[in-house]
Design a protein around this ligand. Structure first.
Ligand SMILES: NC(=O)c1ccc[n+]([C@@H]2O[C@H](COP(=O)([O-])OP(=O)(O)OC[C@H]3O[C@@H](n4cnc5c(N)ncnc54)[C@H](O)[C@@H]3O)[C@@H](O)[C@H]2O)c1
Length: 275
């Protein structure tokens, strides 16, 4: 009898999430996963540590040793995801996507899934900064009336967001809780590409972005990132509230996002599955 082979992983992007995941895998917190390569165009301590451990770090994903890989984790940005995803899938390698906002581009995901059907690649969406996507997926089997996501962050976590800049919102002048955006998930993700990937995750789980309504609140008194999700449908109502500590290295990212990838890797490296 053949035992399960370890999953051979490459991490693309050694920023906040990529580094947390690399550290978890290398410190033995994830069994059944071997880190065999990474890609990162800048110099950073994680890159140096991997090189010292003889784990190659490439500048470009194109140079990956594809035949040695089973799984690629994308932990970069929406634009880099768009660039690298077709190649990963064309190579028949599975892909874990963090920059989920890109999937609201109506052409990107359908083309990628069609390619994956041809090559056999699987595309994974970790639950990221939220949870309860299992409930949303189950709810979508019946009728969903509405999904509302209210994201509250400290104004400093919203700096440089295109919506803030285009609307001339002065984040420094916000002295109490203030709504800075209300609208659909595609506009939310365009306006806050680094903040509301979760709007895309809810849209994917529901199978219909038109059911999702997003509000972004800037609150100078918010000590943590808060996501409140209310789903109404034929199943009943779900209301959850996550108070997420920001990552210690990137205030725009919740610490839970990297933990959700580690949890997914633990599942992929073992026989146990949650649905
Ligand atoms: N799905 C979710 O719930 C969720 C939650 C938080 C963050 N995110 C998203 O995850 C992504 C990563 O977040 P982060 O906080 O780690 O970002 P980060 O900015 O800390 O790190 C991104 C890294 O990617 C590197 N990079 C840039 N271009 C690259 C390329 N061509 N090849 C390889 N690496 C490249 C950068 O140099 C940087 O080190 C972002 O898109 C973020 O919005 C998703």
């Amino acid at each position: 009898m053949q035992s399960r082979a370890n999953v051979r992983l490459a991490v693309v992007g050694l920023g906040s999430i990529g580094t947390d995941v690399v550290n978890a895998v290398r410190s033995g917190h994830v069994t059944g996963i071997d880190l065999v390569a990474a890609a990162e165009p800048t110099t950073c301590p994680t890159r140096d540590e991997l090189l010292e451990a003889d784990i190659p770090v490439y500048e470009h994903v194109q140079d990956f040793p594809w035949h040695q890989l089973d799984l690629v984790l994308e932990a970069t940005s929406q634009s880099v995801l768009r660039e690298i995803a077709p190649q990963v899938v064309r190579e028949g390698v599975d892909l874990v996507i963090l920059s989920a906002g890109a999937t609201l581009d109506i052409e990107f995901l359908p083309a990628l899934l069609e390619l994956a059907d041809q090559t056999g690649s699987k595309i994974w969406f970790p639950s990221g900064a939220i949870g309860a996507l299992d409930v949303v997926r189950a709810a979508s089997v019946g009728d969903i009336e509405s999904i509302t996501l209210t994201t509250t962050k400290h104004p400093s976590a919203l700096t440089n967001a295109p919506h803030i800049e285009n609307s001339n919102i002065d984040l420094d002048s916000i002295s109490s809780r203030q709504e800075v955006f209300a609208g659909g998930p595609a506009a939310a993700v365009r306006g806050f590409p680094q903040n509301v990937n979760v709007a895309a995750l809810l849209s994917l789980a529901a199978g219909n972005p038109d059911q999702v309504h997003v509000r972004v609140i800037a609150d100078p008194n918010a000590p943590v990132n808060v996501h409140e999700i209310v789903v109404r449908g034929s199943f009943g109502t779900m209301a959850i509230r996550l108070e997420n500590e920001p990552s210690s290295t990137n205030p725009k990212t919740s610490a839970l996002a990297a933990q959700s990838v580690v949890a997914l890797l633990r599942q992929l490296g073992s026989a146990q599955r949650f649905g």
